[in-house]
Design a protein around this ligand. Sequence first.
Ligand SMILES: Nc1ncnc2c1ncn2[C@@H]1O[C@H](COP(=O)(O)OP(=O)(O)OP(=O)(O)O)[C@@H](O)[C@H]1O
Length: 600
Amino acid sequence: MVLAEELAKQQRSISVAEFFEKNKHLLGFDSPTRGVITTIKEAVDNALDACEEAQVLPDIYISIKKTGPEIFRIIVEDNGPGIVPAQVPFVFGKLLYGSRFHQIRQTRGQQGIGISAAVLYAQLTSGLPTVVISRTGVKEQAHKFGIQIKIETNEPDVISEQPFEWDRIHGTRVQIEFKSTMSAKKKLLEYLRYTSIVNPHARFRVELDDEAFTFERVSQEVIACPVAIQPHPHGIEFGQLKRMAAASDEKLIDFLVNGFSRVGKKTAQEMCDRAGLKVTAKVAGLSADELKNLLAAMQAVAVPAPPTSQCLSPIGEDLIRRGLDKEFQMDFVAARTRPSSVYSGHPFVVEAAIGYGGRLEAEGNATILRFANRVPLMYQQGACAITECIANVNWKSYNISQQGLPLGPVLILVHVASTNVPFTSESKDAIADIPEIEKEIVLALQDLGRELKTFLSRRDRNKLAEDRARAVCAVIPEIAAKVSEIVEKPVVDTTPIEGRLMRKLIAKKWTRDGKVTIEANNYTASDVEISVYDISADNAADADMPPAFSTEMDGQFTKVWKMAIPKQTVWRVTYTGKGGGMLDIRGIEDNKKMVVDLDV
Ligand SMILES: Nc1ncnc2c1ncn2[C@@H]1O[C@H](COP(=O)(O)OP(=O)(O)OP(=O)(O)O)[C@@H](O)[C@H]1O
């Protein structure tokens, strides 16, 4: 046909760079304002991944400055391992070039597109090359590059390269300039704030025009870098198996044992038998039909779930609470890290937290914080499985009002960590509906809901008792006056009685999750003993006193303290622990007890 010939003349291949130049939205560059956030996100993700690989505490500097009409200069600098000069042009000037695509472990970056997409966006909007400075060690010379991407071939275009005097010993600095507006300032700060919550070991210094912010780290511990595992036989597809087989010179049994996670000799033998193949057969020589049989057998034989302890890096309940405490002042926070689980052979862990009260907005929808592999998901909330799971929980049964999503001063955080987070698109904004993941999210949220309900009912009970005591205290002086009139005696001083009534209640003041703050106002004893008893131990022994008395003391719950403190009008003990227990406060002089139940 003539038309077919005509069409044939027009047919040609398209470079990846050309494709993404036209489809910027797929990578999160759908608007100039969003471009700023996406660029910073990509550079910060890389910086955090690199620091994790180098086992250093991340110290990340971010600067955003207006340099011309609608032109913004973004700088992100890290103290990671740096990039060897020969690789710099490819990392920044070639899409789909990276170190993590083939590794099965939890990382922020996966595709090898992120930062080069920002370089592409910059050259498209401002025409300016991206400037990269990198240094890999004290003995190495830093190099400075000017880089763009050759769109037609998706190859790096090195505009300039020269040695550079840099006082940093190791690290990378990226400078990208593009057309934008800064109307996304609030969202940007929100992104950084959320990033610092799930990366409590990182410090972020930010300069935004003339304002400076620091998001300080709350943990000094370097997090272990996740270790890559082999693919799991239940998580592999035909094409991948075919490729692996073609590249192998092993016998079938060795190929299965060495190439796949959790496959031992016995399991491999069972797979071969089921597929009707000899264990000694050369895997590269298998036909397509034989490979299909092998794949079916691999998926039919029971294989333990892939190991998760090293390939995943969950944040942990304590650090999630500390991260949230730092950024949101709430009355209650609880966190859960669920046991690890698997979907289609990919290991994952769900973590969640709930916060209530304090400075959270009392009106409107709850604050929802979604994370995947320690990266905040800032867009497409409605399309994300996390949001769907939150809406599917019956919050009313936990005394939280709800209209789809929960309402009121509630914060919900969900973190999905996996070797392969199932995003709905390359811009990595939303998580797809995977039943196994959804089940874990809902279980974590229900568990936290129950904990929140306990807190809310206790708070309401205490409030009721306090209101009653206040009402009684209000009439005591009047009763005393009346009684003195009747018995014709001077009016007695009723303040100690009122004090005792109120004191007991003040001691029951609750603060944030995991902590109870006891404030005793106008306590009359000169010394006070504080004992924290584990509810499970009837005769809890005295434990070592903390070296120096501090009005703020932290401890594990099983500890018991007994100490004397000097008389103070107001004193405060902050107790951090988990589980239930009793806190017993006793004034030595009048031997009056104030007992506070702990249920933290
Ligand atoms: N600051 C950095 N320090 C060290 N290495 C880096 C840094 N930035 C990027 N890299 C290297 O460059 C590669 C490509 O980065 P890029 O952002 O394009 O993709 P990615 O992070 O691997 O994946 P994704 O597209 O999912 O973000 C990374 O895999 C990493 O090896």
